[in-house]
Design a protein around this ligand. Structure first.
Ligand code: FAD
Length: 367
C-alpha cells in the first residue's frame, strides 16, 4: 500500500520550494503516494547501517550511489518527528567577526553513520522544552546541511550546520528581549560538546546537484546562512576526492550577500579553493553596508548578480543550474532584477523562467 506524503511534493513547481513547503507542518494533507516497500527498505538500511569505515583509498568514495550521480535512492525523511534520531554535538564555533550583524555559528554534530544525507539536504532539529503558547513540545526547525555527506572530518559520521542566532530587538527596551529570542537557533548556538540533539530528516530534493552532467555550471546565490548548502557542494567538488569532483569540468560560481566583511561566512575556505581551482571556481560578495551598487545605493545580492547578468543568461541558456538560498526576502529583488534584464534583451521573463524551471535549472530554498 502506498504511504502518504505531504502536499509538499506536488507543490514543487519546476523545482521551486518555499520555506513552508516542508513535510514537518502538522496540517499537511496527503494526496500523493510513494512506494512503501522502497521506503521501508531505505529506512531499514539506514537504521541498521554500521558506521562507515573510513576510506582506505584516501578518497571520499565510500558513500556513493552507483553510478555516483544516481539520485533514485537518496535518503529522505529517515527519522520523523515521532521517532527522531539523537545526535551529539561535537563543536560549536562562532564564525563571524566582532562587527558582524548578529551571530552565526558553525555547529558540528555526530550521527555515527546512522543518519546519512546528500549535499543540498536539510536536517530538522527539535529543540528541548515546550512551547508556552500551546503547552506542546517545541516543534521542529529546519537547517540546511553545510557539510558534504562525508562530514568535515570525512568519516561519513558527522554533519555541520551553519546557524544564525535569532534575536528579537525590542524597540521600546532599545535592546534584545531575551524572552522573545528564537528557541531553536539559540539552543543550537548555546549547546556544548556532548549535548544531545534530536534530529529529523534528512529532507529536501530541491537543492541537489545535477551530477550526471559534469560540465553543468552551478551558479549559487546566498544571503547569510543560505551559504550552507553551497559549502556542501564546494567541499564535494573541490576539497574532497569524490567521483564527481574528479570529473567536474564546469564553473561553480558563488554569490554571497551579507552586511559587512566581518559577517562573511567561510571566506578562508573559499579563498583556498580559489587558489587551487581558479578556472572552475569563482566567488563574488555583496556587502550591503560597505559597498555601493552602480546607482550609489547599498550593494544587495541582486545588484552583485546584476553586474554579471549577461554572462549568467548565457550560462543558463547553455544548461547552467542556478540556486538561491537564504532569507525569503531576497527573491523579489532577484526576480525583479532578472525581469529587467530580460526586458532589455527583448525576452519575456515569464517564458524564460518557465523554460529554466521546466529544465530543472532553477532551484530555490528560502526561509
Ligand atoms: P523561533 O523561536 O521559531 O522564532 C522565530 C522568530 O520570531 C525569531 O526571530 C524570534 O526572535 C521571533 N520571536 C519570538 N517570539 C516573539 C514575539 N513574542 N514577538 C515577536 N517576535 C518573536 N536557519 C539558519 O540559521 N541556518 C540554516 O541553514 C537554515 N536553513 C533553513 C532551511 C530551510 C528549508 C528552512 C525552512 C529554514 C531554515 N532556517 C535556517 C531557519 C530555521 O529553520 C529557523 O526558522 C530559525 O533558526 C529560527 O528558529 P528559532 O527556533 O530560533 O526561532
Amino acid at each position: 500500500a502506498p504511504l502518504p506524503v505531504s502536499r509538499v511534493a506536488q507543490s514543487r513547481l519546476g523545482g521551486v520550494r518555499m520555506a513552508s513547503d516542508e513535510p514537518w507542518f502538522e496540517d499537511c494533507v496527503s494526496t500523493t503516494s510513494i512506494d512503501k516497500s522502497a521506503f521501508e527498505a531505505a529506512y531499514a538500511t539506514a537504521m541498521n547501517a554500521p558506521a562507515p569505515a573510513a576510506s582506505t583509498s584516501g578518497k571520499q568514495d565510500f558513500l556513493e550511489a552507483s553510478p555516483f550521480w544516481d539520485q533514485s535512492n537518496i535518503p529522505i525523511n529517515t527519522y520523523k518527528n515521532k521517532a527522531p534520531f539523537t545526535g551529539k554535538i561535537i563543536s560549536v564555533k562562532r564564525i563571524v567577526g566582532a562587527a558582524a550583524t548578529g551571530e552565526t555559528c558553525d555547529i558540528v554534530m555526530s550521527h555515527g553513520g546512522k543518519m546519512p544525507y546528500w549535499e543540498g539536504q536539510s536536517y530538522g532539529v527539535i529543540p528541548p522544552g515546550t512551547n508556552p503558547k500551546n503547552g506542546k513540545p517545541n516543534s521542529v526547525r529546519l537547517y540546511s546541511i553545510a557539510s558534504s555527506r562525508y562530514g568535515d572530518d570525512m568519516t561519513g559520521t558527522t554533519t555541520t550546520l551553519c546557524v544564525r542566532r535569532a534575536t528579537y530587538w525590542c524597540p521600546e527596551l532599545k535592546a534584545d528581549d531575551p524572552a522573545k529570542k528564537g528557541v531553536c537557533s539559540n539552543f543550537l548556538c548555546d549547546s556544548k560538546p556532548g549535548d544531545e540533539v534530536k534530529l529529523t530528516g534528512p529532507s529536501g530534493k530541491v537543492m541537489l546537484i545535477p551530477e550526471q552532467d559534469a560540465t553543468a555550471d552551478l551558479i549559487m546565490v546566498a544571503t547569510g546562512t543560505g551559504i550552507a548548502p553551497y559549502r556542501s557542494f564546494i567541499r564535494r567538488l573541490f576539497v574532497e576526492k569524490t567521483p564527481y569532483g574528479e570529473v567536474y569540468k564546469g564553473l561553480a560560481w558563488l554569490f554571497l550577500g551579507v552586511a559587512n566583511k566581518d559577517a562573511l561566512l567561510y571566506d578562508d575556505e573559499w579563498q583556498s579553493v580559489l587558489k587551487s581551482y581558479p578556472k572552475n571556481f569563482r566567488v563574488d560578495y555583496a556587502l550591503s553596508r560597505e559597498q555601493t551598487n552602480k546607482d550609489g545605493g547599498k550593494m544587495y545580492i541582486q545588484d552583485k548578480v546584476a553586474e554579471y547578468s549577461d554572462e549568467i543568461f548565457t550560462r543558463m541558456d547553455n544548461g547552467a543550474h542556478m540556486y538561491f538560498c537564504g532569507l525569503k526576502g531576497m527573491m523579489p529583488g532577484i526576480t525583479e532584477m532578472l525581469e529587467g534584464v530580460s526586458k532589455a534583451k527583448g525576452i519575456v521573463w515569464e517564458d524564460k523562467l518557465k523554460e529554466w524551471k521546466s529544465k530543472g535549472q532553477w532551484h530555490v530554498e528560502v526561509y
